[in-house]
Design a protein around this ligand. Structure first.
Ligand SMILES: Cc1ncc(COP(=O)(O)O)c(C=O)c1O
Length: 349
């Protein structure tokens, strides 16, 4: 039987998300809170007004207007898509072909590499130094490899580190690459670098995390006029369905009410950080809604979590865990599992 697959994708396995069968699911950096009832009601009312026999607005005009107004950017420099996963595919489709190069830091979000390789591009990474993004190495690699794109994830998934403005400006000034700044988790930090968006830097934002709407699939790319034009050329004509456009617009119009859980998540994150630190575990300070922890007995701890019905993201190769911050009750259970695990450990040694 002929193999019709293009060579670039033969090495890939199709992506199979971890089953979310556990009692407490803390493995996907989701918000532990569903949308407020009132907002769900408004969404339902607005959705009932959609003419379902018509194609959706190809430019997602009202949605983009709501996003641009809230974030004080020019709507002509915004593209909306089905989550950042898909927006990343537009970026690759517009700028990366066979022989083109993208670089990033590691560890980071896997889709940068996957989309680049599907497009036949070459992908390189630079290792972190003590868990931090090595900006000098990233700049050097971008220049050595003549990279078309540098992906910067900030706050970074999975380490939680957020780069400062000076570092970002250096990456722009000291390379010739197009910088893609993935700010999926920025609402859990104090600062966004959206104002740096330009024809040298695409800034990415999503409604999947702080805005509690991963089910709807909605993300945004903000850049300069030329980059925006290029992204609009490669996106499907009716890329975002009318239900998502409508629901996402209502969510942005009610952002205050939806983001009101952020302070609690941030304070729970900081409390979990102190908890791990006080136990003597290696944990990185985080500006996102998760923490990256490197315990010594990772395999046994993973077992203890599974037995307790708590699903967390485990990176066996790195002997690391990424804990999504849950509700206060869920976080209490996480702490209890870790406490019990180390208490047992002490008794047996
Ligand atoms: C860093 C980062 N970027 C992008 C995404 C994808 O987000 P979306 O749900 O908008 O596709 C994720 C999802 O977890 C992520 O961690």
């Amino acid at each position: 039987m002929m193999n019709y697959e293009k060579a670039a994708i033969r090495e890939f396995q199709s992506y199979v998300p971890e089953p979310q069968m556990a009692e407490i699911v803390l493995n996907a950096n989701e918000n532990p809170y569903d949308l407020p009832e009132e907002v769900i009601e408004k969404i339902t009312e607005e959705i009932a007004k959609i003419p379902f026999n018509r194609y959706p607005d190809p430019g997602s005009t009202e949605l983009i207007k709501a996003f641009a107004g809230l974030n004080k950017v020019d709507p002509d420099r915004v593209v909306a898509g089905n989550g950042l996963d898909e927006i990343l595919s537009y970026i690759i489709s517009a700028f990366i072909g066979p022989g083109d190069v993208a670089v990033t830091h590691e560890p980071t979000f896997s889709m940068y590499e996957i989309w680049t390789k599907i497009a036949g591009g070459d992908f390189y990474t630079v290792p972190n130094t003590g868990g931090k993004i090595d900006v000098d190495a990233l700049i050097k690699e971008a220049n050595d490899k003549n990279a078309k794109i540098v992906f910067v994830c900030s706050p970074n998934n999975p380490t939680g580190e957020q780069l400062g403005k000076e570092d970002l400006k250096r990456i722009v000034d000291e390379t010739k690459s197009l910088i893609v700044l993935d700010e999926a988790y920025v609402d859990f930090s104090d600062t966004s670098y959206l104002p740096l968006a330009s024809d040298r830097m695409i800034v990415l934002r999503t409604l999947s995390k702080a805005y509690r709407f991963p089910a709807g699939r909605c993300g945004f790319a903000v850049s300069g006029k030329d980059i925006t034009d290029a992204l609009r050329k490669v996106k499907g004509p009716y890329n975002l369905n009318a239900l998502t456009q409508t629901a996402a617009r209502v969510i942005l119009e009610n952002s205050g009410q939806i983001l009101d859980k952020v302070p609690e998540i941030v304070s729970e994150r900081d409390s979990l950080y102190r908890f791990f630190k006080d136990l003597g575990l290696k944990v990185f300070p985080s500006k996102a809604n998760f923490l990256y922890v490197l315990p010594e007995d990772d395999k046994e701890l993973q077992k203890a979590f599974l037995e307790s019905g708590i699903l967390i993201k485990y990176y066996p190769g790195d002997h690391a865990f990424r804990f999504t911050v849950g509700t206060p009750e869920q976080n209490k259970k996480v702490k209890q599992v870790v406490k019990d695990f180390y208490a047992k450990d002490t008794k047996t040694t």
